[in-house]
Design a protein around this ligand. Structure first.
Ligand code: PLP
Length: 431
């Protein structure tokens, strides 16, 4: 991979990322480095913004590659990557150029007209997935909603399920987004409480059990919606062969296998898609996050003609979905992923990293799980204090489900940077 940022050693002995003098100057000017700025901005946000998140107390002003810089000039290794939306690294220069160039041409036409980026985006993404059609949306949750609508209509039109009876199987502990329908089939109390009544037509089964899937299918089941790895639930990896068994069962029973690869897809787990680990071609891919390299919300449902063909004019849409700016950004983000061989990097660096992570011995650690460049350290105690300690040490990780530290750096991270992270982790777990 052509390296587009380089490390250098600072006089305090630490390493920092540099990407050319002009940009470094631009950065420090833009950052307006000021002691105390963090507190002011925390206060402002808490006063004027809704409190629907519990963020780490770090205010990011700039980022490049795997590194982010706060408003006071401190630097951190980003070990969350915006939930895998910045697999390509922050502000990748090629994607940035594509965004700038497209922004100067045309940004939004709505689908009332056509634009010259959408057809190319659809073809490129469909071919990458070995599929026939693409339906672009913006956020991940919208892509999930789109897949749900496609599956229901497919069930009525192609399978003859009686009107209003279609059922979709989902997994316990799933995370598919935050819309009312989606949280309605979540098993997480915090996501659901106070938001009902919910959309019917979903049933949850245990993740990782092909038998449970087989047993749950009825003549009204049109689809099975599943995350190949349950990242939000704490990086829960199903038994080997699960997806292959699920694919076989779904094929036999004429049920659509819809994989939510929004977080696991596009290189994160060491393959282009997590499904590829078991050579599974699902009926429906649901993609988002790294589809735009973190520049812009772009999501998509990718499937066969018999599935996405159920939509006719007027049956679904989005003002921004398939807009030329998003499409141009996503096209370049996908090319970067392939040209820089980021999935291979994730596989190679991931197994190296995971092996060393597992060697950290501490009574608070229950288990270390991972695949490619996503790892979860499950603790016996709340993970938040560890995340705050790691922040002090220059590493940003976010706890997931209270007891798990998730580590998922951008896939452009270098081995020596992971080594640096391991030193911090060992320090955080020093007894
Ligand atoms: C993030 C995520 C979503 C939702 O994506 P948004 O862009 O936040 O709406 C859905 N499914 C999975 C697996 C995700 O990780």
């Amino acid at each position: 991979m052509a390296r587009w940022y380089t490390s250098l050693r600072l006089n305090d002995g630490s390493r920092v990322v540099r990407w050319g003098l002009a940009e470094a100057r631009e950065l420090s000017a833009a950052a307006q480095v000021r002691a105390g700025a963090t507190l002011d901005l925390l206060e402002l946000e808490d006063r004027w913004g809704a409190h629907n998140y519990h963020p780490l107390p770090v205010v990011v002003a700039n980022a490049r590659g795997p590194w982010v810089y706060d408003v006071e000039g401190r630097r951190y290794l980003d070990c969350l990557s915006a939930y895998s939306a910045v697999n390509q690294g922050h502000c990748h220069p090629r994607i940035l150029r594509a965004l700038r160039e497209q922004a100067e041409r045309v940004t939004l036409t709505s689908r009332a007209y056509r634009n010259d980026q959408l057809p190319l985006f659809c073809r490129e993404l469909a071919q990458l997935c070995g599929m026939e059609m693409v339906l672009p949306m913006n956020t991940g949750a919208e892509a999930v909603e789109t897949a749900i609508k496609a599956a229901r209509r497919w069930g009525y039109m192609r399978r003859g399920i009686p009107a209003g009876k279609a059922e979709i199987l989902v997994c316990e502990n799933n995370f598919h987004g935050r819309t009312t329908t989606i949280v309605g089939f979540s098993s997480d109390k915090g996501s659901r409480e106070g938001f009902g009544p919910f959309t019917p037509g979903f049933r949850a089964i245990p993740h990782g059990s092909a038998e449970a899937l087989e047993a749950a299918i009825t003549p009204h089941t049109c689809a099975f919606l599943v995350e190949p790895v349950q990242c939000e639930a704490g990086v829960l990896i199903p038994p080997r062969g699960y997806l292959r068994d699920a694919a076989r069962i779904c094929r036999d029973r004429e049920v659509l296998l819809m994989v939510d690869e929004i977080q696991t897809g596009l290189g994160r787990t060491g393959k282009l898609f997590a499904c590829c680990h078991e050579d599974v071609q699902p009926d429906v891919y649901i993609l988002g996050k790294a589809l735009s390299g973190g520049f812009y919300p772009v999501s998509a449902v990718v499937s066969r003609r018999d599935v996405l063909g159920v939509f006719d004019p007027g049956s679904h849409g989005s003002t921004f979905g398939g807009n030329p700016l998003g499409c141009a950004v996503a096209r370049e983000a996908l090319r970067v992923l392939l040209d820089d061989r980021l999935a291979d990097r994730a596989a190679r660096l991931g197994s190296w990293f995971l092996e060393r992570l597992r060697a950290i011995d501490h009574p608070d650690i229950v288990e270390v799980r991972g695949v490619g460049l996503i790892a979860g350290i499950e603790l016996r105690c709340p993970a938040r204090p560890y995340c705050e300690r790691l922040q002090e040490l220059g590493m940003l990780c976010k706890e997931t489900h209270d007891h798990v530290i998730r580590i998922a750096p951008p896939l452009v991270v270098e081995r020596e940077e992971l080594d640096w992270a391991l030193e911090r982790l060992r320090a955080a777990f020093a007894r």
